[in-house]
Design a protein around this ligand. Structure first.
Ligand code: URP
Ligand code: ZN
Ligand code: ZN
Ligand code: ZN
Length: 482
């Protein structure tokens, strides 16, 4: 009998959604979940995957990656092929990358150029946020066009980095435009003016190594910007998504803003859950510079667990990777000056495992919350729920058979990404994606990675997400969990 791979039955497992775990089988046909339950009747020839003792979870959605990103005089080494290959190997079936327009380029041209780079390479589904790096008269028109014609519903702005940084009045105008369009504003919250002054002072004192990075931008530098971004967004009643929240003080500023009525949600990173900032003091430059990301990993060793507890309490809602990878030679651009080290770390492949290990295996979150913070909340925020982000009849069959009893050891020697370093090197993670289905295609098959270049599809993200632009739903999504 031949096996028809467009039909798959995942038997004997427990499905996990954000709100419940159910003992049921999953029948998939033509890329869609068609039936749920036990003793399903399915056509002869259907491929059967046994999930006895395993969880069947929605594929991860990584809301924060930077593939082929031109940044700090170089380009990230993980292109759309290697990043999506790593994603799938780790149990992520969709990523949302950031379009970074060149300085004089329109948002529309930048979108078209990113599609050209991505479409033939992606191994999983993808969509885009657009970075707005400067303000001028045409920006409202360009923002409107990428929303209405190209399925983009989110814009990221920066409060630091010399060639990206916007001032308060520019942020105000862009937030106002996001609100007009029904889009979600995203913010990199750090005070760029303080960082500039502190960096000059540190360099003049001879502090040139990666350890200078955190010294130039301590927690207060992050939390001040979180508070300011929330205030600006609240003034124009614009929903806000704060990317890569890395410190206790930043989370506390976000909670305070929410209590004042600001509609803001927060993402932290796999890097921040799995590592701390003491790595920046390591004597090996590749190691220390390899951990350099903005905002920085914090030297307060209690930070990773505190951030996981913030996810558990719903003070934070999502985990991203901020996968923004540079090889040793690229990091060496800042060998004698930490301000020139390209900022960024890996995580697209390991986000799911690290979050499981530090969250579920550590007993801080349950599998339902794991699904919420690695998949469902991203699907809701970016308006692709329930097509993505859940195991439901009618949803895309982006499904992972997750074995909580198996372990794997993370290493740059075995990962599927292009980068030559892994910040989680040597970490033993319980929780292994044994099967990963991208719209019904078995792309990890009993642990064997069988991705297909170009298989991924661009997913439009319509404006006015009902989970963002309906205040009741939004409040539910950020409601504290006691
Ligand atoms: O250090 C980081 N985070 N690099 C990527 C660019 C950004 O700020 O997201
Ligand atoms: Zn950023
Ligand atoms: Zn080292
Ligand atoms: Zn980023």
């Amino acid at each position: 009998m031949t096996t028809d791979n467009t039909r798959v039955l995942i038997k004997n497992g427990k499905t996990v959604n954000e709100d419940e775990i159910v003992n049921q089988d999953v029948y998939i046909e033509d890329g869609i979940i068609k039936q749920l339950g036990r003793n399903l009747s399915v056509p002869a020839g259907t491929r059967v995957i046994d999930a006895q003792g395993k969880f069947v979870i929605p594929g991860g959605i990584d809301p924060h990656t930077h593939c082929e990103f031109e940044f700090m005089h170089t380009t990230t080494v993980d292109d759309f092929y290697h990043a999506t290959k790593g994603a799938v190997a780790g149990g992520t079936t969709m990523l949302i990358d950031f379009i970074s327009p060149k300085l004089e380029e329109s948002l529309v041209d930048a979108y078209l150029s990113y599609r050209k780079k991505a479409d033939s390479k992606v191994c999983c589904d993808f969509s885009f946020h657009s970075i707005v790096r400067r303000w001028h008269d045409k920006i409202p028109e360009e923002m409107a066009e990428v929303c209405s014609k190209h399925g983009i519903n989110s814009f990221k702005m920066f409060m630091t980095y010399p060639t990206f940084m916007l001032d308060d009045s520019e942020l105000y105008l862009i937030f106002e435009n996001c609100k007009k369009l029904g889009a979600l504003a995203m913010i990199h919250a750090e005070n760029g003016s303080i960082i500039k002054k502190n960096s000059e002072r540190l360099l003049s004192k001879g502090i040139t190594g990666p350890e200078g990075h955190e010294l130039s931008r301590n927690e207060e530098v992050e939390s001040e910007a979180v508070n300011r971004a929330c205030t600006l967004a609240h003034q124009v009643d614009c929903p806000l998504y704060i990317v890569h929240m890395m410190s206790k003080q930043a989370v506390s500023a976000l909670k305070d803003a929410r209590e004042r009525g600001c509609q803001a949600m927060g993402e932290t990173l796999a890097a921040a859950l799995g590592c701390d900032g003491n790595e920046l003091k390591h004597s090996c430059f590749q190691h220390s510079a390899g951990h350099l990301v903005s905002p920085p990993l914090r030297s307060d060793r209690t930070t990773p667990e505190a951030l996981m507890r913030s996810l558990a309490a719903n003070d934070l809602q999502l985990t991203g990777s901020d996968n923004c990878t540079f090889n040793k030679t690229q990091k060496e651009l800042g060998l004698n000056d930490f301000t020139k080290i390209p900022n960024g770390v890996n995580g697209v492949e390991d986000r799911m495992s690290v979050t499981w290990e530090k969250g579920v295996h550590a007993g801080i979150i349950d599998p339902c919350r794991f699904v919420a913070v690695t998949s469902t909340n991203a699907a809701k925020a970016f308006n692709v729920y329930p097509k993505k982000g859940c195991i439901k009849v009618g949803s895309d069959a982006d499904v992972v058979v997750w074995n909580p009893n198996k372990t794997r050891t993370i290493s740059a020697k075995t990962h599927h990404q292009a980068v030559d370093f892994n910040i989680f090197e040597g970490m033993v993670c319980h929780g292994v994606p044994e099967y990963v289905l991208v719209r019904g295609n078995v792309c990890v098959d009993n642990g064997e990675v069988k991705v297909v270049k170009g298989l991924g599809k661009y997913v439009e993200t319509p404006v006015y997400s009902p989970y963002i632009y309906n205040k009741e739903n939004f409040s539910k999504m950020v409601k504290p969990i006691k």
